[in-house]
Design a protein around this ligand. Structure first.
Ligand code: NAP
Length: 285
């Protein structure tokens, strides 16, 4: 018997770098033509260390790409009404082209009400009902960043979902559900799995494309990966561990995303890309 060949890695870091370089060129051209640099407003409630780090990382990437960022830091005691008010002000501010509300925002806040205070044309993180609807109908709008990044990775590696069985493990509004919708739009036959799925292994074994979006370290094992399947690990758990058991899955898959360096960098790249698109539309270019 021949030794199974290990999967090829889907290098999200390299693709994200190219997307950000391209985005920076577009931002520079836009600034040159209009005299206005694209601007992303970041809104953070409280001082959760992980959220502070994420927001800072996004601001740094913005700066490198020629996108201005405006940061609004709100105290942890901020109410739903207070947050909604801030987001409405930013939505109405012509100097702001994109809005990112770092989430989770805390249990005392109605997160959905806050998201819905973001104007759809500035929803570059793709979190509003309007963005979900336009994405689902294949109309122009903004996609949720991680799913958007995943689809770009599939394109980059020549994976055409048409006719393939795709199994998405996880059904959150910002990740699992939209990635399934994007795969459906590309003619995959999509199955969603979640915490109530009876036999997860059996479902995953059917998949030509597996997307793990769970938040459970190494939940998906190599023994359940169909030989030759494409494995996308969106999970990001403490210790840089994904939702897929990489060491066993890499022996069965044809393509696999590493953690870190797979899906993660694509999320920020998509955010920057969509911010420049939003600015171009608002500036009428
Ligand atoms: P979430 O809102 O907690 O959703 C997790 C989903 O997994 C839920 O649909 C849940 O099912 C399902 N689930 C939980 N345990 C399960 C199990 N044992 N078997 C099958 N399904 C199970 O999480 P999320 O925000 O979607 O994030 C998921 C992961 O992606 C996390 O590791 C997160 O850090 C990562 N993430 C990464 C990025 C990035 O940029 N790389 C961005 C966002 C998220 P129910 O619906 O039934 O509860």
């Amino acid at each position: 018997m021949t030794q199974a060949q290990a999967a090829r890695l889907m290098d999200g870091t390299a693709l994200a770098r190219r997307i950000v370089e391209d985005t920076a060129r577009q931002a520079a051209a836009l600034t040159g033509r209009t005299g206005t640099a694209p601007c992303l407003a970041t809104v953070l409630v409280g001082e959760d260390p992980a959220s502070v780090t994420y927001v800072r990382m996004k601001q740094n990437r913005c700066r490198k790409a020629g996108i201005t960022s405006r940061h609004v830091a709100l105290p942890a005691t901020t109410t739903t009404d207070g947050l909604v008010g801030t987001l409405r002000e930013l939505s109405a501010d012509p100097g702001v082209h994109g809005i990112l509300l770092q989430h989770p925002v805390g249990d005392h806040i109605d997160e959905r009400a806050a998201f819905e205070a973001i104007a759809p044309e500035k929803d570059v993180d793709g979190v509003t009902f309007a963005s979900f609807a336009t994405m689902s109908f294949g109309l122009p709008g903004f996609v949720s960043c991680t799913p958007g990044g995943i689809v770009q990775l599939l394109d980059e590696y020549g994976v055409d979902p048409a006719g393939k069985r795709a199994v998405v493990v996880g059904r959150s509004a910002i990740l699992g559900k939209p990635v399934g919708m994007l795969l459906l739009a590309r003619d995959a036959t999509v199955t969603y799995c979640h915490s109530r799925t009876r036999d997860l292994s059996a479902a995953v074994r059917e998949a030509d494309i597996v997307v793990a979006a769970v938040g459970r370290p190494r939940l998906i094992r190599g023994q359940d990966i169909k030989p030759g399947a494409v494995v996308i690990d969106a999970g990001y758990n403490p210790g840089n561990v994904g939702d897929v058991d990489f060491d066993s899955a890499v022996e069965r898959a044809s393509l696999i995303t590493p953690v870190p360096g797979g899906v993660g960098p694509m999320t920020i790249a998509t955010l920057l890309e969509q911010t420049v698109t939003a600015a171009a539309r608002q500036l009428g270019v």
